[in-house]
Ligand binder design. Structure first.
Ligand code: 6GU
Length: 259
């Protein structure tokens, strides 16, 4: 996969050289480039923003540097990138990012991110970009960040770990929160007693059926307590009697009150 990021703060993307993503880049699984928007300005002050038409608070990012930067990114098409990148524009006004969207993006050959600052990017940049390829404004959630850069770190990490070969054990991608609508069960490792706290005995029992049942109960109760919105989306027919029994307890207290 190829990813291009355009920003006025290239250093903000430095963590994309570390850990999982850094390794994926070294292994050639991910080809990622960061571009400085100011390199595409033509005035002496290298200005990227101006006052909003219609009045109002704050500044708006000017279309000219964005047009030049995105034209340049599109000129980097190569073998395996397809025609144009899918342009993602982080914004609190975007469509909500999710594991499902991460999976869709991970299947695409080329993504580009346009990091807005201030009150956002002149809307015509998105309209113009849509003539070349898909454009999706994307939001992490219902809060406001200072700019798109932190969102790009989040989205690229969520996408990159789904690329074939990035995570050694593919099963760990299946058995995790948000892959099947339930949160993950709590996990424990040695020692069996720590600061007087025991690991739930069933996990030491060797009874695989009981362990599986306990873990599913935990997932159901945890989801009910922490994310009732997710539980409400579960198909009732997909729950068996044991599932319903697990949910019949006090939803605000897990077995260890591990809510
Ligand atoms: Cl993707 N960008 C910005 N600037 N703020 C946000 C966001 C994105 N998601 C939530 N808040």
């Amino acid at each position: 996969m190829r990813i291009d990021v355009v920003t006025i703060f290239p250093d903000y993307l430095a963590p994309l050289s570390l850990s999982l993503i850094g390794k994926a880049r070294e292994q050639g699984l991910l080809d990622l480039a960061v571009h400085d928007l100011r390199g595409f300005t033509r005035d002496r002050h290298r200005s990227v923003d101006d006052t909003p038409y219609g009045g109002g608070a704050g500044m708006v990012m000017r279309p000219e540097p964005w047009g030049a930067a995105l034209d340049h990114v599109r000129s980097l098409a190569g073998p395996g990138t397809g025609g144009a990148p899918h342009l993602l524009v982080p914004s609190p006004s975007g469509v909500r990012f999710s594991q499902a969207m991460a999976r869709e993006l991970a299947a695409q050959p080329w993504l580009a991110f346009a990091c807005g600052r201030y009150e956002g990017i002149d809307e015509r940049v998105l309209q113009d970009g849509a003539e070349a390829g898909p454009v999706t404004p994307v939001s992490l959630g219902d809060y406001v960040l200072g700019g798109g850069e932190a969102a790009v770190l989040v989205i690229v990490e969520a996408v990159a770990r789904l690329l074939p070969g990035v995570i050694g054990n593919a099963q760990s991608l299946v058995e995790e929160s948000h892959e099947d609508g339930l949160l993950e069960y709590p996990v424990y490792t040695k020692p069996a007693v720590w600061r007087g706290r025991e690991v739930p005995p069933v996990l030491l029992s060797g009874h695989h059926g009981q362990i599986e049942r306990w873990r599913r109960d935990q997932r159901l109760r945890r989801t009910a307590a922490r994310r009732p919105d997710l539980l409400a989306q579960i198909e009732p027919a997909s729950l068996d009697d044991a599932d319903r029994a697990a949910l019949a307890g006090d939803p605000t207290s897990g077995p260890d009150d591990a809510t």
